[in-house]
Design a protein around this ligand. Structure first.
Ligand code: 13P
Length: 250
């Protein structure tokens, strides 16, 4: 699946800029051996150096998180505009680890709208914390999508990426069965089409949660997804290179 989009979420890693630069250079080399679109989401402090170091390369960059306001008294925050100025092209919104720290559906709505207004592509993460037999998690996902997209015009849907990343697969050894992901992809599209009409079919959907070189090909082949959001397997250039090769041959 050569057109896959693979987003590497480095989270709060690595520990030093020197290590980060090495990981970037090796990741970039691995990415250039494939046709896959690779996006790196490094810690914000590395972003500007990275975008200038990789100018002209095929990889692009995402912010892991950003604040929706253009400025003001928000200690410790970085605005979407500032991320754009550092040459990020994408921004992760509503990652489970941010939601666990209090980010609400309403916050994601403001961030999605502000990202589109400032020209960054929102990568909206949705996912339930747990599953039960009664299937309430479908309601959780529908609510996350409806609220986050409430201020979006239908003609902007093609500029948004949705990631389904259930909390119970993040940082664990459980990936999801691609057939279950396929069902979830249908549900996500249906929810969006119900609100926006046929344009909802254009939305790109990724899967995230314990993806590695072994699980990536089946997910890309059978999960009805346009790509993957990868945590741990992107923190080692060797592992990530294996993943990209496996994805390319999926
Ligand atoms: P892991 O791939 O380490 O499970 O992390 C998933 C994730 O949260 C990516 O955003």
């Amino acid at each position: 699946m050569s057109k896959a989009l693979i987003v590497a979420n480095w989270k709060m890693n690595p520990a030093t800029f020197k290590e980060a630069r090495k990981l970037l250079d090796e990741t970039q080399k691995a990415a250039e051996r494939t046709k896959i679109s690779v996006v790196i989401a490094p810690p914000a402090i590395f972003l500007r150096e990275f975008t200038s170091r990789s100018r002209g390369a095929r990889i692009s960059f995402a912010a892991q998180h950003a604040h929706q306001e253009a400025g003001g008294a928000h200690t410790g925050e970085i605005s979407i505009q500032q991320m754009r100025d550092a040459k990020a092209k994408y921004v992760l919104i509503g990652h489970a680890e941010r939601r666990a720290r209090g980010e609400t559906n309403d916050d994601t709505r403001l961030k999605v709208a502000a990202s589109l207004a400032k020209g960054l592509t929102p990568i909206l993460c949705v996912g339930e914390t747990k599953r039960t037999q009664s299937g309430e998690y479908f309601n959780v996902i529908a609510e996350q999508l409806r609220t986050a997209l409430a201020d979006v015009a239908a003609n902007k849907l093609a500029h948004i990426i949705i990631v389904y990343e259930p909390l119970w697969t993040i940082g664990s050894d459980k990936t999801m069965d691609p057939r279950e992901m396929q069902m979830m992809a249908i549900f996500i599209r249906k929810t969006i089409v119900d609100s926006f009409g046929e344009g909802g079919h254009d939305i790109r959907i990724l899967y995230g949660g314990s993806v590695d070189a072994a699980s990536a090909p089946a997910m890309l082949r059978d999960g009805d997804v346009h790509g993957l959001l990868v945590g741990r397997a992107s923190w080692s250039a060797v592992e990530f290179a294996h993943l990209l090769t496996a994805a390319e041959n999926a």
